[in-house]
Each structure stands twice: as structure tokens, then as C-alpha cells.
Design a protein around this ligand. Structure first.
Ligand code: 4AD
Ligand code: MG
Length: 447
């Protein structure tokens, strides 16, 4: 019996005869020789079918293979540094082939398809090299997130998806029917993990979150994944130090473990190599001043080179503002102390200056925008009740949340990192829909 191996391990079997099970991406060649580009999920390589080695009957089988046919290949692994593929450098000298299924004409051809066509065929599009590479980077990012948090004393406590009230503002709620009572898909797990820190000190939840975003943008999904660490006895300054260590670890781990994937995506990693602590910090006020100065000078911003719009104090930044601010630095940048009016109800006001809050967004370079939103939380129960009123939220629904502040309340802080935003940034893709296997966007819930 020849060993059944995966393409990623081909290098360990040079000179040996092995079996690989996978799918045909492309067949080329003529006369006595055919080249099969094959993927098996772990990698991509080329098998060389040479008629004198294979025999006429098997060679005819090779010539009848269609794109995406499922096949079992047996042959000798040869090292050749010019051999294409991922990881590359190895190919197979084909000795035997079995066909599992001859695929019907495959709808996705190696030509430009419109994006709607590709999204309609997302279940097949996922097989393309580019989508494969992105999905693998995502898996490495997810693992790096868990590794770092688990290794730094955070306990994973997952929070509910079905919730009775808003966590992040009422305009993006997905309402559902909970046995006759209105309920909502979770926008965040944060409020629940503000409870669990009193049991465990440092926690995180990691799961899907839902926002009924009403506008179509490159940066917004209706369903996205978020990791949300929450920390007791932690003020904003300490939170930012945690965030920069965490993000740097994620990016450096992806660079180290996903070299082949990032090369396949033709990602220029120069700026990513730079992502190491400390990150620059700038206040909202300073950022606003620079935005308005640049707007007055007629500065334009990518991707469409539109003029940067001026902004009034109190407004949240839009994508062009974030892109502009990020472009002033060669690393991710923290923007701190946003106006209280443009942020969620639970953020701690700055002492002596309650019109701004102890919040920080982390903006990624290269136009990827906000990847983290975080803040110090209100720890005083009366102040919190007042904030709930100001935001017109139903006080009853937050009784338990206020009660947390009555039994050993402490300064505490936390943040949420968007997985698709992070993966989009690291892989250098232009739209978040490619950062998740089955994207949910405005107007699309299929497949
Ligand atoms: O800034 P946000 O709304 O913060 C929260 O939800 C807090 N509860 C987090 C916390 O402090 N525990 O969202 C956090 C991050 C954003 O920075 C962004 O990366 C991502 O979640 N995000 C989205 N990603 C894709 N599509 C959307 N519609 C997103 N909305 C937010
Ligand atoms: Mg935010």
C-alpha cells in the first residue's frame, strides 16, 4: 500500500511513491505529456502524466478529465524548485490514476466573472486559489486570537446570541420573535462579559454578531465575527497596551504562518511587517483638526480620490476620515476620547470633561478603517442609569447590568476586534465579503 498523503506534506516524501486525493484545477499539455494542476485542500501541485510511464489506457483517462473532476493520483514525488504550487517545489510523476467523478462543465472559468455571478456561486467560488488562501489566513488569525488570549490569562466565556435588548444602539437591531416576545440577535457580547469579569477577572467572548446595517459599503456585513476581551481593574491607558500587543501578535503570526497564502494573494506585506508596539495615539480633537485642515486644502482620499469632507465636532468619522487619519501613520493608530454623543451609552466620561468619553478606536493602515472599538466602561450605577435614559433605552432591560455596579464595582475596560476587518486588512482584499465563507450583505442571504 502506498501512503496517502496531503500535498502540504509532499516535501517529506521526495523519491517515494504516494497517493494524493483531490480535484483537477486545470489540464494542459499535448502529445505524450499532460500537466495536471491538482488541489487537495492542503495545497496545490502539478502531476505530470507521461504516456510511456502511464500506458495508453490511463493516459486516455487523463485526457478526458474535466475541471473539478475528483481524482486519486499515485506517483513518485520529485523535488524541483521551479515546480509551481503551494507550498511549491514538488511535483508528482504520475504512475496511476483513478477517477472518482468526472465533473460536469464547471460554471466558473478562469476569466473575469461579475461579482454577483461569483456570489451566486459562492459555494463553488470558495474552491478558487484566492478564496482558499483568504480562508486559510482567517483560520490562522482565529487561532492566533485564541492562543494569545488563552496564554495571557483570559477565560473564554461565550455570551448569548438571543438577547432582550440592544447592546450597541437601536438602529441596527435584527428583531426576532421569541415565543411571542420581541428579542434581538446579539450586536455584541460585551454587556454579558461585564458580568463575568466579576467572576473571572479577564474574559473574552468570540462569536457571530449581527447588525442590520442599512447601507452598502465595503466594510460592513450584516453578520460578522467579533472577539471581545473584557478586563476588571483596567483603565483606558492599560487597555491600549493590551490591544497593541494583541494586534501585533495576530499580524506577525499571520505573516509567519501564511507566507505562501499571502504570496498567492500578491499581498505587499511591507506595512504589515511594521505592526509592532507601540502604536501611535491621537485624540479625536487632534484628528478632527487635521481632517479639517486637510479638507480645506482640498486633500483627496483613496480608493476613489474623492475630496475629504470637512466635519463638525461631535460627528463620528466616516470611511474617508478614517482613511485619511490612518494615512498619516505607518502603523495602526489609536484615536481616543471621542465625543460622548457619537458613542455607545456605556462609555466612561473623561473626568472634568464629560462631553468626551474614555474610548478608543484602532484604525488600520491602507484604508481598512476601524478594526477595534473599545472603551473604559461606566462603573458608577447612578451615572449609568442617567446614560440609559439619555439614550432612550428601556431601563428595565438593563436592571441587571446596572446592578453589576452595586457589588464591588471596579474600573473596567474592554474592546471588540472585528474578524473580517482584520482578515481583510491582512490579506489586502478590497471588500469584506471575501473574508467570510458565506457573507451576509445588504440584499443577499444566499447561498
Ligand atoms: O465598535 P463596535 O460597534 O464595538 C462594539 O461592538 C463593542 N461592544 C466592542 C467592545 O468594546 N466589546 O464594533 C467592534 C468592531 C469594529 O471595530 C469592527 O471591526 C467590527 O466590530 N464591526 C463590523 N465588522 C463588519 N461588519 C460590520 N457591520 C461591523 N460593525 C462592527
Ligand atoms: Mg465602533
Amino acid at each position: 500500500m502506498t501512503p496517502v498523503i496531503r500535498i502540504q506534506d509532499a516535501g517529506k516524501y521526495v523519491g517515494q511513491t504516494v497517493t494524493v486525493r483531490g480535484w483537477l484545477q486545470r489540464r494542459t499539455g499535448k502529445g505524450k505529456i499532460n500537466f495536471l494542476r491538482v488541489r487537495d485542500g492542503s495545497g496545490i501541485f502539478q502531476a505530470v502524466a507521461f504516456r510511456p510511464n502511464l500506458g495508453d489506457e490511463k493516459f486516455q483517462i487523463v485526457k478526458n478529465l474535466t475541471t473539478e473532476s475528483s481524482i486519486v493520483l499515485t506517483g513518485e514525488i520529485r523535488a524541483d524548485e521551479r515546480a509551481p504550487g503551494v507550498p511549491g517545489g514538488y511535483e508528482m510523476d504520475l504512475q496511476d490514476i483513478q477517477v472518482v467523478q468526472i465533473a460536469e462543465p464547471y460554471p466558473i472559468a478562469p476569466k473575469e466573472h461579475g461579482v454577483e455571478f461569483l456570489l451566486d456561486h459562492r459555494h463553488l467560488w470558495l474552491r478558487s486559489n484566492r478564496q482558499w488562501a483568504i480562508a486559510r489566513v482567517r483560520a490562522v488569525v482565529v487561532r492566533a486570537i485564541r492562543d494569545w488570549l488563552d496564554d495571557h490569562g483570559f477565560l473564554n466565556v461565550d455570551t448569548p446570541i438571543l438577547t432582550p435588548a440592544a447592546g450597541e444602539g437601536t438602529t441596527t437591531l435584527f428583531e426576532i420573535d421569541y415565543h411571542g416576545t420581541p428579542a434581538y440577535l446579539a450586536q455584541t457580547g460585551q454587556l454579558y462579559n461585564e458580568a463575568t469579569i466579576f467572576a473571572f477577572g479577564k474574559v473574552y467572548c468570540f462569536g457571530p454578531t449581527f447588525r442590520a446595517e442599512k447601507s452598502k459599503t465595503r466594510r460592513h456585513l450584516q453578520e460578522f465575527w467579533m472577539v471581545e476581551p473584557e478586563i476588571a481593574f483596567c483603565k483606558l491607558e492599560e487597555l491600549l497596551e493590551i490591544e497593541e500587543e494583541f494586534v501585533s501578535y495576530i499580524v506577525q503570526t499571520a505573516l509567519e504562518r501564511c507566507r505562501a497564502e499571502l504570496a498567492l494573494l500578491e499581498r505587499d506585506t511591507t506595512l504589515l511587517e511594521n505592526v509592532r508596539p507601540p502604536f501611535p495615539r491621537i485624540t479625536y480633537d487632534e484628528a478632527l483638526e487635521r481632517i479639517n485642515r486637510a479638507a480645506a486644502e482640498g486633500v483627496t482620499v483613496p480608493p476613489h480620490d474623492e475630496p475629504l469632507p470637512a466635519l463638525e465636532w461631535g460627528s463620528d468619522f466616516g470611511a474617508p476620515h478614517e482613511t485619511y487619519i490612518a494615512s498619516l501613520f505607518d502603523k495602526p493608530v489609536f484615536v481616543t476620547h471621542y465625543p460622548t454623543v457619537c458613542k455607545a451609552f456605556y462609555m466612561e466620561p473623561e473626568p472634568g470633561r464629560p462631553e468626551v468619553c474614555r474610548s478608543a478606536d484602532l484604525l488600520a493602515p491602507e484604508g481598512y478603517g476601524e478594526i477595534i472599538g473599545g472603551s473604559e466602561r461606566m462603573s458608577d450605577p447612578d451615572m449609568l442609569v442617567e446614560a440609559i435614559h439619555k439614550h432612550n433605552l428601556p431601563e428595565d432591560a438593563y436592571d441587571w447590568y446596572v446592578e453589576l455596579r452595586r457589588y464591588g464595582s471596579v474600573p473596567h475596560s474592554g474592546f471588540g476586534l472585528g474578524i473580517e476587518r482584520t482578515v481583510g486588512w491582512i490579506t489586502g482584499i478590497s471588500h469584506l465579503r471575501e473574508a467570510i465563507a458565506f457573507p451576509r450583505t445588504l440584499g443577499r442571504i444566499t447561498p
